[in-house]
Design a protein around this ligand. Sequence first.
Ligand code: HEM
Length: 497
Amino acid sequence: MWTVGALYENVGFQPTTFVLIVFLLGLYWIRLPKNLPPGPTGWPGVGCSLALRSRAPYLKFTEWSKKYGGVFSVRLGQSLFVVLNDIPCIKEALHKQADDFSDRFQAAVAKDFGIEGSFIFENGDIWKARRRFALGALKRFGMGKKSIEHTINEESRYLLDGFADQEGQPFDPARLVNNASSNIICKVCFGYRFDYSDPKFTELNARAKEQLSSNGPGNVVNMFSWMIRTPFYARVRETNQFLTDFLFGLVQQHRQSYDKNDIRDITDMYFTEADNLTDSGQIGKNAFSDRALGRSILDLFLAGTDTTSNTMSWLLLYMAINRDVQKMVQSEIDDVIGGSRQPSMADSPNMPYTNAAILETQRMRPVAPLAVPHQTKNDTTLGVYKIPKGTRVLVNIWAVHHDPATWTDPEKYNPARFLSADGKSVVQHESFIPFGTGRRVCLGENLAKSELFLLFVNMLQQFNLTVPDGKPIPKQDGSKGLLLSPDPYELCATRRS
Ligand code: HEM
């Protein structure tokens, strides 16, 4: 048995070293803020970060929530996190106490880009002004107008060509789907699309993926932010530079052909907004500068591409695995749209089963399982607990979507849970929050919903999707990064006769 004496001998500790360690541990515990939400005990310096090495953070957090409840606290590295795991806690924080809980935590990787212009990472009045602008701009060019349907349907045709090129052979649809959602954002922002074979476009999409995968809360650099300046993160910094240069270059090109009487896209709207704000003296031109615009577009690109394409990849996978569901969706498409025209958003209310399949996919595999980290603006409270200013706050969407108290058999793929008893309409669930909730709710929610519906319907109208013959059913665990994407898988797409 190990006694303190044996420890000195075997490990070579001197009594003074031992006393020092005990003293430092004591100091660490004493200095922890009092009356925090309960949570797992960590170690000085690293907290509980080692527990996230073997499991995806959202799964580990869900496991902890079963032990500690709807809200728990945990140290990762030297940072204090509070994790919200059920709807009452989430609403209490993000709705009732929105003033304290709606700031964004500014991650090290994001700061390396510069925060100015960021829809995702800025806080305060400038964020409000940008968000107001972006919602207006997306409304004009993104949502509810025929123009975006046209853009999505046009991009769907390129995507379907890509599927047809596979000639029924096994292929991984991820890259094609990613190209399509990336091009839709490009079209909305810059008014044009890239050819799928353009190497610059391929690199842009690959670098965006790389950037996102370095950004999760379990990632070392977000626990020890100084590491971003070390050689370990040289590639991340280089990727940030590549993305910034690429998109800023596009903004500059656009500036040259800008005509205030012919507003073509969001970039043009931004130029106009900058002029109006400066003329009215409301906000200095710098706040809406071309460089800030490059950063804004980068956010739309990063937030809007992989989220949508990962959801599409999950949808295609669930269709290939659940052939009965696929057939029900196809039969609804045949009844409502037929085979000779492309879908429109006006068809959506008449297609409850198709919508239910999309919703069930988003419930099962929320692509942003921990949303995007928030941070408390002031010392505050949540129920009986105290939460210090500057605490990072994570919304555990995964736990909410997989709570057996709300969802019977939550790991079962069952679109019917989103249908009324007669199957004729979609039912809304309070515990369904794939786009987050509160003031920071996804800015592109409506655009994303249009994309998911139109891309999905276009595909199932034309193709049957199957798992390749003789191959095992693909795993459905997904990746461990900030975004939840399926592990690479193959399917076969054959033309419907
Ligand atoms: C299926 C697709 C999508 C999903 C599941 C999704 C999900 C989310 C989630 C969970 C958040 C964080 C909410 C929070 O912090 O509480 C978010 C924020 C955001 N999303 Fe999305 N998103 C999607 C598509 C898009 C698209 C297409 C765009 C852009 C056109 C976009 C732009 C943004 C932006 C800018 C934010 C930050 C908002 C802010 O901080 O004020 N997203 N999204």
